[in-house]
Each structure stands twice: as structure tokens, then as C-alpha cells.
Design a protein around this ligand. Sequence first.
Ligand code: PLP
Length: 440
Amino acid sequence: MGQQNPLQTTNDAVIPHWNDPESEQMSIVSGEDATVYDESGKAHLDFVSQLYCCNAGHSNEAIMSAVTEQMERIPYVASAKHNDTRSKLAADITEIAPDNLSEVFFSISGSEANETAIQIAREIQDGGKILTRWQSYHGGTYASGGLTGDPSTRNSLERHAATTRTEKFLPPLPKCFDGAEGEELARKAAEHLEYVIINEGKDEVAAILTEPIGGSSGAFPAPEGYFERVREICDKHDVLLIVDEVITGFGRTGEWFGIQTEDVQPDILSFAKGVTSAYVPLAGVVVSESIGEAMHNMTYDLGQTFAGHPTACAAGRAAIKEYRDGLLENAREMSPHLERRLRDLERDHDVVSDVRGRGLHWSVVFGDPETGEPIVHPWIDEDADNPVSDVLGIAQDNGVIFGGGRPKTQLLVTPPLCVTEAEIDEAIDTLEEAIVDVFD
Ligand code: PLP
């Protein structure tokens, strides 16, 4: 009898998240920096940082030792009590967050962080509606799934129960505003938002919640000036501005947080994923001084056992130090090379209708060469063979993992912040070969 591979995974009892019975998922058993290894020992470049979250790459020694040290001292302290590691992480986060944000309320997942954000907004404001964008993703639990603009997530939940008081507005994309771009797009998209606020009843709207740059829905930055106008509109109508930085936080876009490029101060910022480089689950919200003060003086009977878990907080402190000590700088240095390589793809392949993003967070959009419209839109034609899935599959077979966008008319390119120029070249060469294979 042959030797049994001790890393062989038996998946029978695990129901994968985002399950698709048609597609088989690989089993990943180890990793180092930007590379992961499957159970056969094959290496794959991880150009999606698993779920846009392992920002420091895999097997980062500093984060792993911080976790071990905390485990050995005290692994867990109740979330209603104080703990030194938790307090220090809160201080670290407020130091790098936009200047006006000064208090942290911890949570566990990005979905829960967004639920916390809207709960706080509703508590502080005298209104219950929350406005979010179409073409957005904010989580998959009942409330956060209701915030999510992507219909496949939202409808999976809303077919069974009403989600509460969330309304949608259009993202600042040319397609939504008659092809407008730049300043004109910023103006039209902001005017539209104001129209929605007024028509929803400005006193009923507690907050708008938005990703500063589209996340899994397509890595689209807002046109310059858009967020400044959004801030003005929020101030004018007494609406809070909540930014969802679950993907864009912790260096992903070349700044600590995506909104910092816009030079706008939000009232609440939600975070998760990259805070610990996903080594241990952790999330939370950072709030403005006035909201923080109101919360300190409020009695609220809400909390979660694992929120602000000290072991996760230790991972968070070490991850932030790693970002500060070189990874953020590396992301900034690598970003122009990645952008150049992706723009070359757009130039050289008619089916690549757009590439967009910032830092190490990019999307490659596929479209009909004549019209730019999706070749197959999986939300319209569920049963059609989707060439974007084929590109993803071929790239994966050839050793590079990219992410499927929402909708999968695009793919996402989001490597860990430790990525090298040679790895970018290898990954984009592989992507180009897959595009040629599928479309030429
Ligand atoms: N917000 C954004 C922008 C996300 O991309 C995600 C997950 O991908 C979430 C929230 C939800 O986070 P979680 O999956 O940790 O609940």
C-alpha cells in the first residue's frame, strides 16, 4: 500500500461557503508569502489573498509569534472587560485611521462590523433608513446582506425574511450616468444621491454606507471630487457617512484606508479582513469623537463573546507593525507595475473592456469588443457558459488564483502586500495566456 499523504483533506463533512456544486474547490494546506500549496504540493500564486484578506501574505513570522505569546499569557478576556492588548490595538488603529476617528468598538466579522455601524447610526440619529449602493457587497448575514447591493446575496436572504430599512442608490460609474466621466460623473452621481436622500425623507435617513472603492463588485474608484460632494450632502441633511473598509483597509489600496485618498473624514469606518491579515478573525468600527463619547455614556445591552478577542488583537498589532515596517511601502512600490501590466492587457486584448482599481486592488472587466457589454451576464443568463469562469479556471490550473467579481463579468487581482515584481509578471503572464486560450 502506498504512503498516505498526511495533508490529504477529506472534505465530505464540510459544506463550503459560497458553494457551487458545479465547481470543485482546491484544498490548500500550507502557504508562504504570496504562495499557497495544495494537498498535492503544487504551488499557486495567491492573487486574491484568499478572500482579499491575507494582506501580509501567508506564514508571517511576526504575526504568528504575537499570537503564540498572547495565547501563552491569556488567550481570552470577556469583551465587556478591559484588556491591555485590546486597548493597545484600538490605539494603533486610531493612530492610522482618518484624524477625526478616535474610538473603536470591536466585532468579529465584516458583516457584523457593518451591522454594528448601522446600529450605532440608528441609535445616534433620529432615523432608521440606511442608504447603500447598487453594485456593492457589505456582508452575508441578514442585516448586512440587506445592505449589500449585489442581488444574488441580497435575494438569497430577502426571499425568506424582510431586511430592515435599507434603500439603494447608484454607484458613480459611467454606465449609470449616461457615460459621464470625471468631474461630470462626480457631480451627477452626487446629485443623484441627494435626490435619493430627499425622496426617502431626509429625516428618515440615518446614514449612507459605502465602500470608498468598489470591493468584490469591481474595484472601481470614485471620480475625483465625488466623496467631497457626498460629505457636503451628508452634512447638509444631517446624514452620517459610514465607509466600509473591510477590503480597502490596511494598505490594500496603498493608503492605510481607501477613504484617505479622497481627503474626506467619515463619521464611522468599518474594518475586518486585513486588520489581522486574516490570521485570526477580528473586525470592528472606528467612530468619531462625538459618537464615541455618546456611546461611552450610553447603556446598551448588545455585545458578542468573541468581539475584540485578545489573541486576534495581538495578531492585529503585529500585522499593523508589519504594514508599517515595509509592507505598505512595498504595496505602493508594486502598484504602478501591476497597473502597467493590467493596462497593457486592456490595450492588447479587445475583450478586456476595462481595468480599474488602486494600489493592489484591481478588477479586469470583460466585454464584447464592439459594445463593451458583458459577453455573458451571469445575473441575466444563469445557465450560459461564462468565459470569465473559464479564464479563472485556466489561470488556476496554471498556478495562479484570481478572484471572481460580483457579477462574474470581471475578475479581481488583489495580491498580498508582500508581492514581488517577478510574481506580478508571472501572474499577469498566466492571466494573459488564459485570456488568449479562452477568447482567441
Ligand atoms: N464588506 C466588504 C466590503 C466585504 O468585501 C465583505 C466580505 O467580503 C464584508 C463586508 C463582509 O465581511 P465578512 O465576510 O467578514 O462578514
